[in-house]
Design a protein around this ligand. Sequence first.
Ligand code: NCD
Length: 324
Amino acid sequence: MSFRARHLLGIEHLSPSDITTILDLADKYVDLNRRTVKQSDVLAGLTQINMFFENSTRTQASFELAGKRLGADVMNMAVGASSVKKGETLIDTALTLNAMHPDLLVVRHPSSGAVNLLADKVNCAVLNAGDGRHEHPTQALLDALTIRRAKGRIQRLTVAICGDIAHSRVARSNLILLNKMENRIRLIAPPTLMPAGVGDFGCELFDDMRAGLEGADVVMMLRLQRERMDGGFIPSEREYYHRFGLDAEKLSHAKPDAIVMHPGPMNRGVEIDGDLADDINRSVIQEQVEMGVAVRMACMDLLARNLRTERGAKALAAAGGVMV
Ligand code: NCD
C-alpha cells in the first residue's frame, strides 16, 4: 500500500499510486455509506478537530460526518467566535489546540500557505480543507473519484475546467491531479480570470466556451469567487453568463456523454443553467457531494494508520527497542 505521509496538505505531494490508494479505499467507504448502519471504528479513540477560519457549510459537514462514521470524537471549533477575534495569532491557536492532543486537525484558512505553516507546529495529522487560492486536496480527490466512477477511468480523458480559474484552489488542485494522472486539460476563462503562467502546466487555454468544450469528456464548472476579487474582473453577471455560463447549447459541443461537475456552492444563472445542474442524465453534482464524505473517510483512515505507525515506532525507540 502506498501513501505514507503525515499530513494531507495538497495534491502536489501525492504520487499517482498514492492517489489510486486513496480512491480505492474511498470506493469501499461509498459502499459503507450506502448501508443502513454506517458505522466503523477505525478512528475510535482518536480526536478530530475541525478548524474553519473561513465560512463553509458543505465541506465542514462532510468532514464532520466522515469522522463520526469512523468513530472519532469530533469537535468543531467555531473559529469566528474564538480568540482569533481577540487578536491571537494562527500559531498561538495551533499551539493551544496541540496541547489538547488532537490526532487529526482539519483546517480551512483564507490565506494560501497558512495550513502548511500550522502543520509544522503540531504533533498530529493535518488535513487541508482549502487554503486561499492554493490547494483543496480532498475536493480534487472527490472529483477524481466521481469521474472514475462515471467514466470507468481517471486517465486519458479530456477535462475542461471553466470559469474563475485565477481565484480557485479547486482548479489548482484538480489541475495538478489530472496532470499527474495523464489527462488532457483545457482551461476556459475570460483573460481576466486566467492566472498568469498557467500555460506551464501543459494545458490548453481558451477564452471561448464552444471551442474549449469541443470533444470534452468532463466539464467542470467553477464559482465566481467574488470574495477573492479586488476589482472589476467581469463586466456583469449577465454578460458573464452569456459568454461563460454553461447551458445545454454550449454543452452540446462536448461529447454526447460528457458529465457536468460543480464543487458548490453554485450560482444558478451565473456560471451554470439551473435546469442543467439538476439534469440527472448529465450532472453529477450530487454524486460529488456523496463522494466527498467517502474520500474524506479514506484520507482520515490512511492518515490515522500512518500516525499510529509513527507513534508505535517512537514508543518502541523510547523503550530502547529498534526503530524501523
Ligand atoms: C469550494 C471552495 O471552498 O474552495 N467549495 C467547497 O469546498 N465546498 C469552491 C468554492 O467555494 O467555490
